[in-house]
Design a protein around this ligand. Structure first.
Ligand code: SF4
Ligand code: SF4
Ligand code: SF4
Length: 319
């Protein structure tokens, strides 16, 4: 049987998704037995030009991690779409924007002003900024353009499958690779290697009625190890997050941060979280409610840490 041809690529990413692929351990040998890895810039020396020279559809499956932050990211998304039969948005950054997507609270100018002028460690009196083209004695140096807005992979090219998680768990990565190598992928457009319901379904903690007077961050109190964290007032995003990781964080006494994205039927994870929190405040007194809301310190960082670029709050106009 002919070996499958696979590719892996990182766009605007932290590298964690690349490491998660290696997290499958010895099974990587099984992957190499069944597939040729044609392109994986993180671990092998290969040039973009070599991908450009491949016939269209030459690669069977590409795992694309990272968001679209620059013209280079978008160029590679288009190129790999053209060269791949199956394109997978692998991990939260490519599926939803994730941490890079939080930069959408600002824009290119705001980010550059802060990074190249305002940070205390920056010494840049001439306010030099990165340029896409610079003439030097030897010729012209170029850099990719930095967009105003972080986009998801699906914002720029059609995507066949989505693998959520920041990063996806090793079991999930293997499930996807095994299905892809065995030709057992579900219908196009599916979320692969994760469930459809809220994470609470997989969480072993005891749940009671949720009624709280205030909210806590994990650093504020030591939680009861058996009881639902949200019942204790600790903001846990498990109620608005897709199953798939095995409730890893609540299992070690930490609230879920929401990295698997919203469960099926939830359009906007952050808005849903705010609705849930609003519904469990145990008061009808406006002043008490106001005080309880003040203990929810970071609504954007809590509700939109992973999905801002894909949320209903994303920019109306994307330049
Ligand atoms: S999804 Fe998470 S682990 Fe993967 S590249 Fe993005 S930030 Fe890193
Ligand atoms: S601790 Fe979190 S994930 Fe577990 S049941 Fe409570 S809200 Fe759901
Ligand atoms: S518990 Fe939540 S934050 Fe933790 S790995 Fe699972 S989905 Fe991600």
């Amino acid at each position: 049987m002919a070996k499958a041809k696979i590719a892996l690529y990182w766009a605007a990413s932290c590298g964690g998704c690349e490491i998660s692929v290696l997290g499958i351990g010895d099974k990587i040998l099984e992957v190499v037995e069944k597939a040729d890895i044609l392109f994986w810039p993180c671990v092998m020396d290969i040039k973009y030009k070599e991908v450009e020279e491949m016939p269209d559809g030459h690669i069977d499956i590409t795992l694309f991690n990272g968001a679209i932050r620059t013209t280079e990211n978008e160029h590679m998304a288009n190129l790999l779409r053209k060269k791949s039969k199956v394109l997978v948005a692998y991990g939260s950054c490519s599926s939803e924007g994730c941490i890079p997507g939080m930069a959408n609270m600002s824009n290119r100018k705001g980010i550059f002003d802060y990074v190249y002028s305002q940070v205390p460690s920056m010494d840049n009196p001439e306010a030099t900024r990165p340029e896409t083209s610079t003439k030097v004695e030897e010729g012209e140096l170029t850099l990719p353009a930095f967009y105003d807005t972080v986009k998801t992979l699906e914002h720029v090219v059609p995507v066949d499958y989505f693998v959520p998680g920041c990063p996806p768990t090793e079991e999930q990565t293997w499930t996807v690779l095994e299905a892809a190598l065995g030709g057992n992928l579900p219908p196009a457009g599916s979320v692969v290697g994760a469930g459809t319901t809220a994470l609470c379904e997989d969480c072993p903690r005891e749940r009671k009625e949720k009624k709280v007077k205030r909210f806590y961050r994990p650093i504020d109190i030591i939680p009861d190890p058996e009881q639902c964290l949200l019942d204790q007032g600790i903001i846990c995003c498990g109620v608005v997050t897709r199953t798939g990781c095995g409730a890893q964080c609540p299992s070690v006494n930490m609230p879920c941060r929401g990295c698997y994205g919203p469960p099926e039927g939830v359009v906007d994870q952050g808005a849903k979280l705010i609705a849930v929190l609003g519904s469990i405040i145990d008061s009808t007194d406006p002043e008490e409610i106001e005080k309880a809301c003040e203990t929810f310190y970071d609504p954007m960082g809590t509700g939109y840490r992973f999905g801002l670029a894909n949320s209903i709050l994303r920019r109306k106009m994307i330049k």
